[in-house]
Design a protein around this ligand. Structure first.
Ligand code: NAD
Length: 390
């Protein structure tokens, strides 16, 4: 099969196995060039196939020599359909980990369900006995509640009033105003049910009840704060409410884990081109300006650089936290000089000057890169077998 990108709005419906393998290998190679760090030894990553979860898995495996068990929701290839990028990423990760002698196993299915939690616990009992780090890095548009069967959908909306600001159509380069109506109370509750902390808590309780959390276990989940430009649709919007809930859950879990000298943490990460952030209105335009400014200032970081810094110099190095107890690896994004310049560009940017004022071209190539496209050394005109085993 010859595989080309098919972009529909903010997703790409095809993925390239060799390109995804290249992207994973690039992350692994980057970690191998850093000094090894003293980190966890047996890690469970929930949401391990793309974005921050995949980078967490790579950083801890190749940086700290950890055995990793990954949980994700991806689709293998079937008939004329390619697999999803996360499937190919995980296949490539497994191969590289095993080649280097590291344990790697993955479970593909709905992490919100009791069945997948039980399957994960069985895998830990079989192979690892206990885990000493649980990374919770899910990003999902929906969740079926495992106890009530209720179907929740998350929305990305402001709260309290209509929000109008600039946004970009990444493919056409058109910058226009977008007006987003405020969420209803029900939509706020649904978004919190999907992206808040309830499922994280269910995971930790299930793992604890099964006796598979090691003494001194740590668990961490990721949040975002970002600049004022995006606050109405992010931090002060529905997703922000969910993140507040996630952050509150960290406090409850931290207390719960004290009994086994464990702890729960929140890391505030930098805005990054991922499949999830591409879906948020306004954010892709902000990211394309942010990347430009951070690259010019030499302080830009990719997913793997962020996750390596988090684990090697943060969580396992006694990192300082903010007043809310969160680890801040968004410090460079939030630097006053960076934000001042992004805001100045934000005020000027329009369809005509987008290419020169922003890194929209880099945004586009990173977006396609998420699906394995655009890598030097991969011949996209060659017939490839889309099947890959985990
Ligand atoms: P992503 O879309 O790249 O990854 C999401 C992961 O969740 C994938 O592995 C996917 O398979 C998995 N997943 C989704 N639904 C699932 C389900 N039902 N069962 C099992 N697995 C499922 O997302 P990301 O951008 O890396 O986000 C990860 C976390 O980081 C989120 O909490 C997000 O809010 C946070 N974060 C992201 C950014 C950013 O700019 N991308 C910034 C700060 C924090």
């Amino acid at each position: 099969m010859i595989i080309q990108p098919k972009v529909r709005g903010f997703i790409c419906t095809t993925a390239h196995p060799d390109g995804c393998a290249r992207a994973v290998q690039d992350q692994i190679d980057w970690v191998k060039r850093q000094a090894p760090f003293d980190g966890p030894k047996k890690v469970l990553v929930v949401g391990a196939s793309t974005g921050y979860g995949l980078a967490s898995r790579i950083a801890n495996c190749f940086g700290a020599g950890a055995a990793t068990l990954g949980v994700f929701f991806e689709r293998p290839a079937s008939g004329k359909r390619t697999a999803t990028a996360g499937w190919y990423n995980s296949a490539a990760f497994h191969e590289a980990a095993r080649n280097d002698g590291y344990y790697a196993r993955s479970i593909n299915g709905d992490a919100f369900s009791d069945e997948i939690k039980a399957e994960t616990i069985a895998a830990i009992c079989e192979d690892l006995q206990a885990v000493d780090l649980v990374v919770y890095s899910l990003a999902s548009p929906r969740r079926i509640h495992p106890r009530t069967g209720e179907n929740f959908s998350s929305v990305l909306k402001p709260i309290g009033g209509t929000y109008t600001n600039k946004t970009v159509n990444v493919q056409s380069g058109e910058v226009s105003d977008i007006a987003i109506d405020p969420a209803s109370e029900e939509e706020i509750a649904h978004t919190t049910a999907v992206m808040g902390g309830e499922d994280w808590q269910m995971w930790i309780e299930a793992l604890d009840e099964a006796g598979v959390l090691a003494d001194g276990v740590r668990t961490i989940a990721y949040t975002y704060i970002g600049p004022e430009i995006t606050h109405p649709v992010y931090r002060d919007g529905t997703i922000g409410q969910a993140k507040n809930h996630l952050e509150q859950t960290a406090k409850a879990l931290d207390e719960h884990l004290q009994a086994k000298s464990g702890s729960a943490h929140i890391s505030v990460n930098k805005a990054m081109v991922t499949q999830s952030s591409a879906a948020i209105p306004v954010v892709p335009l902000y990211i394309s300006l942010l990347y430009k400014v951070m690259k010019e200032k030499g302080c830009h970081e990719s997913c793997i650089e962020q996750m390596h810094r988090l684990f090697a110099f943060g969580l396992y190095a006694g990192a300082s936290t903010d007043a809310e107890g969160r680890i801040r690896i968004d410090d460079r994004e939030m630097r006053e000089d960076v934000q001042r310049e992004v805001v100045a560009l934000w005020e000027q940017v329009n369809t005509d000057n987008l290419e020169s004022l922003s890194d929209i071209e880099i945004y586009r190539s990173e977006f396609l890169g998420l699906f394995g496209f655009g890598f030097a050394g991969v011949d996209y005109s060659v017939d490839v077998d889309p099947e890959r085993g985990l």
